[in-house]
Design a binder for this molecule. Sequence first.
Ligand SMILES: C[S@@+](CC[C@H](N)C(=O)[O-])C[C@H]1O[C@@H](n2cnc3c(N)ncnc32)[C@H](O)[C@@H]1O
Length: 362
Amino acid sequence: MRLYIKELREEKGLTQKELADLCHVSFQTISKWENGINYPDITHIPRLSDIFGVSADVILGLVPFENKDERKRYDEVDFWADKRDVVKVWKNLYWNDDYFNFFIKDVLGFRKAVKVLDYGCGYGFLGMKMLPVLPKGSSYTGIELDSVQIEEAEGYFSKTEYAYRFICEDMYEYEPDEKYDLVVALFLISYLPEPEKLIRKMKASLKPGGMILLMDANMEVEQAGFYSGVESQDEGMRRPDMIPLWEYEYEQKERDYRMATKIPYMLKQEGFTGLQARISDQVVIYEPSDPKKKKLGEMLRFVYSKEDFVNEGAEYFLKRGYSRQQAEDMTAYFKRMHEYLDSKQSIAVKTSGVYFVYGRLK
Ligand SMILES: C[S@@+](CC[C@H](N)C(=O)[O-])C[C@H]1O[C@@H](n2cnc3c(N)ncnc32)[C@H](O)[C@@H]1O
């Protein structure tokens, strides 16, 4: 058996001593692991996987070293830094003002001013949408680690009359100096390897009787119902199975593609009561002449081709748990999809279905 500890350590630029300190073992132990004299105890594997940012399979030599894939860190700000525009563009696919306004005004129906705290607030989008429909005198606080987005948010809100505050800090380090009536997060929890940590943080920021609201997706629901309307729909445009990719990400502790469906259960575990979940009802329809269809093409290109899918082609999927045939089918599908979305053909229909899950602190 051949472990890849030496290669991974060198790639990370760590000395044997530095790695030893991180693993709480002696550097002689590291040397023995690297030279195959001894093997690490199984309890060291998760830590090694965390340090190197690769799956246990790579450390154990179960996949060829050259085929290794970096574990995606969806929960780190660096991951989002080059996707600031994408996060905005995505909203065209899932955000529905009508539903949101109805939800805030008629479903939640606050009668008095509320103090809102938004975790991972980005450029303050939720505040922009919420404050106009909350009772007068309500205030919005956003917490976000990316200073570029905070600056943008400040720029927007400073021109309004609303009461707002932005805190540029790691949400895990943040200790709230006051308590809030409503604590929210939009498209954050499904990206976290330890979602319970966020729920506990949110809980600690709430007043007794306060409300938690998480808006997020179940990717099977979100991505269902794409219909392109081209004649070859049945063969050419039927999307190959995405589940192996999502399961791979789930197993690597990158993200949980079914997160939205699990939130009510997680809230119950944390003692929230009066649990409810709704689904935003938007189905997006693009006609051939609609400039939005082109926009959809651009969005999908962001998602599927920008850095990974098309540049690396089948290699990307091979590294992420697919067989050669599945990987080639997947790449061919995305290529056809791009061609179609760039063309003037027919109509495209896409489900969104964002879950709004909420409950109260006792
Ligand atoms: C998918 S984006 C959603 C942004 C915003 N809620 C929206 O929908 O427009 C996730 C955001 O969480 C932020 N984030 C991730 N980890 C964070 C952390 N530890 N502390 C604060 N913000 C974090 C990222 O910088 C990013 O802006």
